[in-house]
Each structure stands twice: as structure tokens, then as C-alpha cells.
Design a protein. Structure first.
Lengths: 112, 129
């Protein structure tokens, strides 16, 4: 089992990582996901300007880089692909669609 | 004396995980959340190795790398780039900017430690020759 999947087990500490640290990191990760969902929901209420999409993509980027540490590899992969699509969107309405897509991805992974 | 590593990433989750994994493997680590501060810290006391996230708000990891390669004190510092992006162009950009190695996130911690060990061993050999 590689180090990424080992971190998903409650109480496991690969490479001797302190369990309290892992617990704290997991808590922060959950807050980041919640914030991401809240921001995407707010933005998706209307057309999304490019600047706001870039800020959102930054948050998606962070989730993409850490989701697997907490047992959410599928979310990490989807977030990574969605980050690129969000940045590539060419108009406010397209960016709004990407926000709605992000909300669906977060909901789908919450249900797993 | 422990090797000094500077890790630059704006995400506190990965910052804490990676920094602690390196510390647990005997390295002295400074985690810095933005590239501008990191550059000043590294100039004051050059690290033995730097690990940079490619994409950060403001000055990116790639921009920081280019700045390091133009700086007399930091131009030869071994640099490992990290990124969550899947685009193959990102890897080419990183090596083109002067990165010595590149890992995609989510980073396997064993692999990260292995790469850091190898990079420092190579640097030691280079200095000894």
C-alpha cells in the first residue's frame, strides 16, 4: 500500500507522522472542501468573471493536491481535471457551468 | 548537522504533511507559504535543497525558480518542483526553468523522501569532485 493511501486510515501514521498532525490536517482539509462548496454555490448564482474563476481554481488546485491523502482519490482526480477546465473557460456563463460542475463533483464525493 | 530544506506551498494542509514527513526523516525544514518571502529567506540562509509548488497566487513557483537561477547565491540550489496539474506542458516548463526534478501531486511521501535523498546525494558528490 503506498503512502498516499496509507494516510486514509484513521490512526495510521506512515513515515512516523504524528497522528494528531494527521487529524489536524484532515480537519483543515474538510474546512477547505466546505469553503470550496460554499464559494462555488455563491458564484454559480450568476455569470462568473475570470478573476473569480482563477481564485476558485486555486482552491480546487489545493484540494486536487491533497484529496488522496484523506481517502478521496477520485475527488482529487476530478478536481485536477476541473481546475484546468475552469481556467480554460472562455466566458462568464461557461465559468458558471464549471462552478455547477464543481458542486456536483463535491456532492458526488460526499455521498461516497 | 541536518540538511536544510525550504518547502514553498501556499496550502497549509500539504505544507504541514510534507514538512513533517521531511522532519521525521531527519531534515531541518522551513515551510513558507509564499514565493516572495521564500526568496528573501533563502538569500539570507541558502538551503541545501528547495521544494517549490509550481502554481501559487502572486509569484508562482516557476517564477521563483527562474529568479533563483538568476541569483548568485541560489543559482545552484537543487530544486524539486511539485504540482497538482496534469498538463504535460507543466513538466516541460519546470525543467526548462531549471528544475532538477518534478513530482506530481498527490505526492507519495516515500517517493518524495527518496527523491530528496537522491538529489542531496548527487549534490554532495558534485561538491566533492
Amino acid at each position: 500500500m503506498n503512502q498516499v493511501s496509507q494516510m486514509t486510515t484513521e490512526g495510521s501514521s506512515p513515515l512516523g507522522l504524528d497522528e494528531d498532525l494527521v487529524r489536524a490536517a484532515r480537519g483543515l482539509y474538510r474546512i477547505q472542501k466546505q469553503d470550496l462548496g460554499d464559494i462555488a454555490a455563491t458564484l454559480s448564482a450568476g455569470p462568473v468573471p475570470a478573476g473569480e474563476a482563477e481564485k476558485l481554481a486555486r482552491l480546487v488546485h489545493n484540494i486536487a493536491g491533497t484529496a488522496s491523502y484523506f481517502g478521496e482519490s477520485a475527488l482529487g482526480r476530478e478536481a485536477s481535471a476541473l481546475e484546468l477546465r475552469l481556467l480554460a473557460a472562455e466566458c462568464d456563463d461557461e465559468r458558471r457551468s464549471r462552478c455547477l460542475e464543481l458542486i456536483q463533483v463535491l456532492e458526488k464525493n460526499r455521498a461516497r | 548537522m541536518a540538511y536544510r530544506i525550504i518547502f514553498v506551498d501556499d496550502d497549509p494542509v500539504i505544507g504541514s504533511i510534507v514538512a513533517n514527513a521531511l522532519i521525521d526523516n531527519g531534515y531541518a525544514v522551513g515551510w513558507i507559504a509564499n514565493a516572495e518571502d521564500a526568496f528573501h529567506v533563502m538569500r539570507r540562509r541558502p538551503p541545501h535543497l528547495a521544494i517549490l509548488d509550481c502554481a501559487m497566487p502572486g509569484i508562482s513557483g516557476l517564477d521563483l525558480l527562474r529568479k533563483m537561477r538568476c541569483d548568485g547565491l541560489l543559482c545552484r540550489t537543487p530544486v524539486l518542483m511539485l504540482t497538482a496539474r496534469l498538463s504535460p506542458q507543466d513538466e516541460a516548463l519546470a525543467f526548462g526553468a531549471g528544475a532538477d526534478d518534478y513530482l506530481r501531486k498527490p505526492v507519495d511521501l516515500d517517493m518524495l523522501i527518496g527523491r530528496v535523498d537522491a538529489m542531496l546525494a548527487t549534490e554532495n558528490h558534485r561538491m566533492a569532485v
